[in-house]
Write a protein that binds this ligand. Structure first.
Ligand SMILES: Nc1ncnc2c1ncn2[C@@H]1O[C@H](COP(=O)(O)OP(=O)(O)OP(=O)(O)O)[C@@H](O)[C@H]1O
Length: 233
């Protein structure tokens, strides 16, 4: 199958501090990939390169065969680790911004997800709890028919019961032509939806495998494997 994401020999430094080292990653449609690593391992840096927010790197990074730019931005739906709404915005304002900005935004689908999360259109976003803001942002991001969906810590602010609803929402609303890349620390909660996992350690990929293969080989959960790999010495 054709790769949707192709990363070859990627290196990135902040000033003279090397951060990503010789990264090779290939992602295909239909995969839900967990990007897992401890604090400071380079997950957000890698995501910012894929989303076009960071440009000063070396190596090849392509999405759908194109170098990162306007064309790739149009096919990537991105949930950043911090909400990006302005203080004045109501839910309905954010909805119209998404309608204007993204040709692939499915308004009806977003309303459906919002209903499930009990989010009203007239609420000022600033007054929502952290968890509700996250749910709303996820509803927006999952309602785009984008080829690549990137979620940076999508369930960090929500309670365990809501996490389940969010994970089900991701599964229900993604199609096999899409690829989802999820960076998270909440591995035990989220691992049931991964098809593949990538472990990143100090800017290097130390594991990149199908979850099924890992389970057969080691008989361990991804959470157990992560704790072993990243145990503090
Ligand atoms: N703007 C920046 N300027 C300089 N160094 C940075 C910058 N952003 C990140 N770094 C450094 O790059 C390294 C990787 O950071 P990054 O945010 O990509 O890690 P992460 O895996 O996403 O971490 P976390 O899990 O804590 O979010 C860290 O050492 C961090 O201090």
């Amino acid at each position: 199958m054709e790769n949707l994401v192709e990363i070859c020999g990627l290196n990135k430094a902040y000033g003279n501090k090397p951060t990503l080292h010789d990264i090779d990653i290939f992602l295909q449609p239909g995969q839900i990939v967990g990007l897992l690593g401890p604090n400071g391992s380079g997950k957000t840096t890698l995501i910012k390169i894929l989303t076009g927010l960071l440009k000063d790197y070396s190596g090849v990074v392509k999405i759908n065969g194109k170098a990162i730019g306007t064309e790739t931005k149009a096919i990537v739906s991105y949930l950043p680790d911090e909400p990006y709404f302005s203080d004045w915005m109501k839910v309905k304002d954010a909805l119209s911004i998404f309608m204007d900005m993204y040709a692939d935004f499915d308004y009806a689908k977003c309303l459906e997800i919002m209903k499930k999360f009990q989010i009203e259109e007239n609420v000022r976003i600033k007054t929502m709890s952290k968890g509700t803001k996250e749910k709303f942002q996820l509803a927006l991001v999952m309602s785009r028919k984008a080829k690549l969906i990137i979620l940076d810590e999508p369930i960090g602010g929500v309670d365990p019961a809501a996490r389940e609803v969010i994970l089900d929402t991701i599964l229900e609303n993604y199609s096999p032509e899409q690829t989802i890349l999820i960076a998270t620390h909440l591995i035990a909660d989220i691992e049931r939806i991964f098809s593949n996992v990538i472990f990143i350690k100090k800017g290097k990929i130390v594991l990149n495998k199908e979850v099924e293969e890992i389970r057969q080989e080691s008989n361990k959960s991804i959470d157990e494997l992560f704790r072993e790999e990243f145990r503090y010495e």
